[in-house]
Write a protein that binds this ligand. Structure first.
Ligand SMILES: [Zn+2]
Length: 269
């Protein structure tokens, strides 16, 4: 069983335009046209059984449309979606309650595209409220190709967030999921500030980027029970991701946790 915990799809009407825009902005290639069909085809070709879609509100005004689409996805077999929210939305608490009562298990935040640093008080209030509502929070972490010199969620700040959120009581079920192994291109700082903390890391896009020894070391030291297999589709190729994950030198039990068991716990499936 393989669950991909970090993918992106867009409504058919805007998919092509959005993908082209993001390709241009980040100077990156795409492995699909951004539609649900392209994700489903890639899942079939890579024997991926289920996938989680992570929608991003880049403006507060997108809240309704983003969550309407996410809700449709969430009703499908084998496709799940988190909700989207922007830290500058009004009535954050009501909106988070709506997300919770709509059946979403979590939300996605993207500090680079939402143009706000993770240490901003508005993010803290939003995340604290989400955690109190038992929602999971996936946060884009580390270097984003579109903003290489201005990292909005580096490992050091993520650690401060966890310290503030949990205080001394770190014996908690993690609710924060830092994407991209805790921070794209900042893996030494991940080892310095985040390994061992109560937080999940997803493996989106980094299986192709980080050194294999470092991925293995982080998994071993952090604990496979807090790592989630993910691709960041369409920004990396699903089949290749599965192959790399298979070749990582950890036990079969650890692989089972990473490929699906941790995800099943979070998605309650
Ligand atoms: Zn992503």
């Amino acid at each position: 069983m393989i669950i991909d915990f970090h993918t992106h799809v867009f409504p058919d009407k805007i998919a092509e335009k959005t993908i082209l825009h993001l390709m241009e902005k980040g100077g990156i290639d795409s492995y699909g046209n951004g539609t649900l069909d392209s994700l489903i085809n890639a899942m079939k070709a890579s024997k991926t059984d289920k996938a989680l879609v992570l929608p991003v509100c880049t403006k507060p005004s997108q809240f309704d449309s983003v969550n309407r689409f996410a809700l449709e996805l969430n009703k499908m077999d084998n496709i799940y979606s988190f909700g989207g929210i922007h830290p500058e939305c009004e009535n954050i608490k009501e909106k988070l309650k709506f997300i919770k009562s709509s059946g979403f298990r979590g939300i996605k935040l993207h500090p680079d595209y939402q143009e706000m640093y993770i240490e901003d008080e508005r993010y803290y209030e939003l995340i604290k409220t989400a955690v109190e509502l038992d929602l999971y929070v996936t946060i884009h972490a580390g270097v984003d190709v579109a903003y290489p010199d201005d990292v909005h969620c580096p490992p050091k700040q993520s650690r401060k967030l966890l310290d503030r959120l949990y205080g001394k009581n770190k014996n908690v079920q993690p609710r924060i999921i830092l994407a991209h192994l805790g921070g794209i291109d900042m893996y030494d700082d991940v080892e310095k500030y985040l390994v061992g903390q109560p937080v999940y890391f997803d493996l989106a896009v980094i299986l192709n980027m980080a050194k294999k020894e470092q991925i293995e070391r982080i998994i071993k030291n952090h604990g496979a029970d807090k790592i989630l297999y993910a691709s960041d589709f369409p920004w990396s190729e699903l089949k290749k991701n599965v192959e790399i994950m298979d070749s990582i030198n950890i036990s079969d039990e650890e692989k089972e946790l990473i490929f699906h068991k941790n995800a099943e716990k979070i998605l309650n499936i």
